[in-house]
Write a protein that binds this ligand. Structure first.
Ligand SMILES: *[C@@H]1O[C@H](CO)[C@@H](O)[C@H](O)[C@H]1NC(C)=O
Ligand SMILES: *[C@@H]1O[C@H](CO)[C@@H](O)[C@H](O)[C@H]1NC(C)=O
Length: 356
């Protein structure tokens, strides 16, 4: 009897240990959303978009998102492939700011500056899976603690990826400040190539950006604070043109924030961009409720080993990261990103994919 008792105690301890461990450590998994021949794969590590599979004009399916073969490879990655970046996307000069008279020192990870929320930002953590239905949506949540990477206050973050109608993907990002005012600027850092992720560069893709101005940057890619009209500059994409058509005027592709034209707002969503690729006939349209969009032509991709044994090179993908303006917390003339206690930040993106 003594032996049986000891055995049961052991079994109970093991079960308790497993469930306690399970409760505090969320497992990393892959979540697929599927409707017809439109498929999106996501993971709760970094709330990352792993793949988006859509038909071309002949019905041929391709994965149009750059990424890695395994989820593990996203864990020590410097590309931010597909991830949700935060607490504050983009750069913060000197990794510091002052808010309500309090000076905050953040963790730098881009020289002296902070990029995409620091070395362990939202793209580097495991999110919880709050709800998931393969034919409709997946919702990830993350509790960011007071002082995380130097940011003030507890913040409850939610990201939902949702299938809408035919070949439309919605991304809703929400963040509620629980006890301190904090800057919040979330962005989806997906790299697109409408010809398929291994099809070469995106310089011949056509882009329209509904953006009359941009925020110039210095040599460290930090905004100077100016807001400059795109007219007469290589930054003007108001008329559809090939992405590479003005590359010769630039040092190294595009990595710049645009000021979105918010006058054509439809239910508070503004049309931000249209991307077209002529061989596949694929087109991607993007709407959002945010005032800025970072346009990045993967200028620093180098020789990055990716999915299906493919090695990506510079300019093999393009990012259209809707967000607030970079380093807003140090530029009072930029739209504020401060979320006060009890307030909720909300960022909506809608992508529509077609092929003709
Ligand atoms: C991550 O990459 C860096 C630089 O490539 C390396 O020094 C470090 O050991 C890596 N960490 C892990 C956990 O693989
Ligand atoms: C693509 O851009 C070129 C200029 O670079 C332009 O001539 C052409 O009309 C554009 N195509 C579409 C479909 O808008």
């Amino acid at each position: 009897m003594g032996k049986t008792y000891v055995l049961w105690c052991y079994v109970l301890l093991v079960l308790w240990g497993v469930s306690a461990g399970g409760a505090e450590k969320e497992e990393v998994g892959i979540y697929e959303l599927k409707r017809g021949d439109f498929t999106v794969q996501l993971t709760n590590f970094g709330a990352i978009v792993l793949s988006v599979i859509v038909p071309d004009k002949n019905g041929k399916l391709d994965d149009i998102v750059l990424g890695f073969e395994t989820v593990d490879e996203y864990k020590n990655d410097t590309t931010y492939f597909g991830s949700i970046v935060g607490r504050v996307a983009n750069r913060i000069k000197g990794a510091q700011f002052t808010l309500n008279g309090i000076h905050y020192q953040l963790v730098p990870n881009d020289g002296k500056n902070m990029l995409h929320g620091g070395p362990k930002g939202f793209s580097e953590v495991v999110w919880k899976v709050k709800s998931y239905e393969t034919d409709s949506h997946v919702t990830f949540t993350y509790h960011s603690f007071d002082g995380e990477q130097g940011f003030p206050g507890d913040l409850d973050v939610t990201v939902t990826y949702v299938l809408i109608g035919t070949n439309k993907l919605g991304v809703t990002m929400k963040a509620k400040a629980l006890n301190k005012a904090t800057p919040v600027n979330l962005a989806s850092h997906t790299y697109w190539n409408l010809g398929g992720h291994g099809s070469g560069d995106i310089v011949a893709h056509n882009l329209t950006l509904f953006a009359p101005a941009f925020t110039p940057v210095d040599s460290q890619l930090l905004p100077t604070g100016q807001i400059v009209p795109v007219e007469g500059t290589p930054y003007d994409f108001r008329q559809s043109r090939a992405i590479g058509s003005e590359f010769h005027q630039l040092a190294n592709g595009y990595d710049i924030n645009y000021v979105v034209d918010t006058k054509g707002g439809n239910k508070h969503l503004n049309k931000v961009a249209v991307v077209e690729e002529s061989k596949s006939g694929r087109m991607m349209e993007l709407w959002s409720n945010k005032p800025g969009v970072q346009f990045y032509t993967s200028n620093k991709l180098g020789h990055q080993k990716g999915k299906n044994g493919i090695t990506y090179s510079n300019f093999d993908g393009l990012c259209l990261e809707t967000q607030g303006f970079p380093d807003s917390v140090n530029h009072p003339n930029f739209p504020s990103q401060i979320v006060n206690p009890g307030e909720t930040y909300k960022h909506v993106m809608v992508y529509r994919f077609t092929a003709n």
